[in-house]
Design a protein around this ligand. Structure first.
Ligand SMILES: [Zn+2]
Ligand SMILES: [Zn+2]
Length: 426
């Protein structure tokens, strides 16, 4: 068991009673248990020898698509995909239809999640009405309704005065702003990273400056108005450098990146592969290496999926017309484990970026694997090799550039409250 919330590591017996962890017994050596089912007193024993137990992973950047785009994903399919990927909590972005810019939408999402969801769902409210960047949403009411953060993700907040006001409100209500950093004047109509390859492919590029200018601006706003800002999906070396300096100067900034930014480069779009079209775009090897280093040094606090499922008809079109996004929930953890298998991160460092760090940033009060807490944990075979098959995705979104990849690490059981998921195949 590795539990970064309680700084506990070791071999353990964990007893779960009616959805609540009743005992955690740390032991010195492995005592093999056999899986028994005793119907008379309803006790199930799982022998997890050789496997790892972690607190349930948190994805602080998910697009669940409901309400409005149920043909792409629903709360039911998205949360089940999350469980399959080891995430027992997801935070869903506001770019639904209608946009989550008023409490009615928040209540709808929470009610649906309670009824049909497999994992915990934490809504993220819009910063501005309709994600238009013009007028602040009802942030106080959204917070009261249950939003854990605010973001116009998908769209940047271009007007710095509106971002300033949003930061001030976010401080007042105690929930961070998550910024999708993109200067639309610089990125407009771009479809991939700007450079030699975009020139060669004849595609309009998005310069790295488009992201970095906004990261700089947000860091400056955060410094001056003393509010916390969280930078979404960091994709460039320059952004890492800005965030590093800001943290050194004591600015309240946190950051996330996604598995595709530390696994792939722009080369993945060669051949006009629309499944590798994301925003921000995949960058160069230099950026990828800087992001890996930033994860190692703790400059980037969180790994999030930016799970963005789309219908096949929205991807099977010419590159310029294809929508941005990767269906990431079911591959994110195994892709992240590559950093551990390659000795870049320790297993504990990786689990921190997927559990305690997002929990702290969002103040959602998860407390790990401890007696008296609701069961919220996963059992993982980190050595299990498997081949990504998008047709086996639970998510309705089959848009992945990782189809056919051989990955190592699979979630085999998940416990969430009274729910138990046996995720072993065949
Ligand atoms: Zn975004
Ligand atoms: Zn997103």
């Amino acid at each position: 068991m590795i539990d970064p919330y309680n700084n506990k590591e070791g071999v353990a017996d964990i007893v779960i009673n009616n959805g609540v962890i009743s005992q955690v017994i740390i032991k010195n050596k492995i005592k093999s248990l056999t899986r028994k089912f005793n119907s008379s007193n309803n006790i199930v024993e799982i022998d997890a020898k050789g496997f790892h137990v972690f607190p349930g992973l948190i994805d602080m950047h998910t697009h669940l698509r409901e309400p409005g785009y149920e043909y792409k994903e629903t709360i039911s399919t998205g949360t089940l995909a999350a469980i399959k990927g080891g995430f027992t909590s997801v935070c869903c972005m506001a770019n639904t239809n209608p946009v989550n810019d008023n409490p009615e939408v928040t209540y709808y999402i929470l009610a649906k999640a309670k009824e049909e969801g497999s994992c915990d769902v934490y809504p993220i409210g819009a910063i501005t009405k309709g994600l238009k960047g013009e007028e602040l949403s009802e942030m106080v009411m959204l917070r009261e309704a249950g939003c854990v953060a605010f973001s116009d993700d998908g769209m940047p907040v271009m007007n710095p005065l509106i971002m300033r006001r949003a930061l001030e409100y976010s401080k007042a209500v105690g929930a961070p702003i998550i910024s999708h950093c993109e200067d639309l004047c610089l990125s407009e109509n771009g479809v991939m990273n700007e450079g030699k390859l975009s020139f060669y492919l004849g595609l309009k590029g998005i310069p790295k400056a488009s992201e970095e200018i906004m990261v700089s601006r947000d860091v400056i706003l955060s410094r001056h108005f003393k509010a916390t800002i969280h930078i979404a999906h960091v994709s460039t070396k320059g952004s890492v450098e800005i965030i590093k300096r800001a943290k050194e100067e004591g600015v309240s900034v946190t950051a996330e990146t996604c598995p595709h930014y530390f696994t792939l480069t722009e080369d993945a779009v060669s051949g006009y592969n629309t499944d590798a079209k994301v925003n921000p775009p995949l960058r160069t090897n230099e950026d990828k290496e800087a992001i890996i280093e930033a994860l190692k040094e703790g400059i980037i606090d969180v790994i999030a999926t930016d799970h963005a499922p789309h219908h096949i008809d929205e991807k099977k079109v010419p590159f310029n017309e294809a929508l941005n996004g990767i269906s990431g929930l079911e591959t994110a953890f195994a892709l992240s484990l590559r950093l551990v298998h390659e000795n870049i991160l320790t297993l504990k460092q990786l689990i921190e970026k997927l559990t305690v760090n997002p929990s702290k940033i969002l103040k959602i009060g998860k407390d790990g694997i401890r007696e008296g807490s609701e069961s919220d944990l996963i059992v993982v075979d980190i050595k299990k090799e498997w081949i990504v098959d998008k047709n086996k995705f639970v998510s309705l979104g089959k848009n992945t550039p990782f189809d056919g990849w051989k990955l190592k690490g699979k979630v085999i059981f998940a416990f969430k409250g009274k729910k138990f998921f046996d995720l072993r195949e065949e």
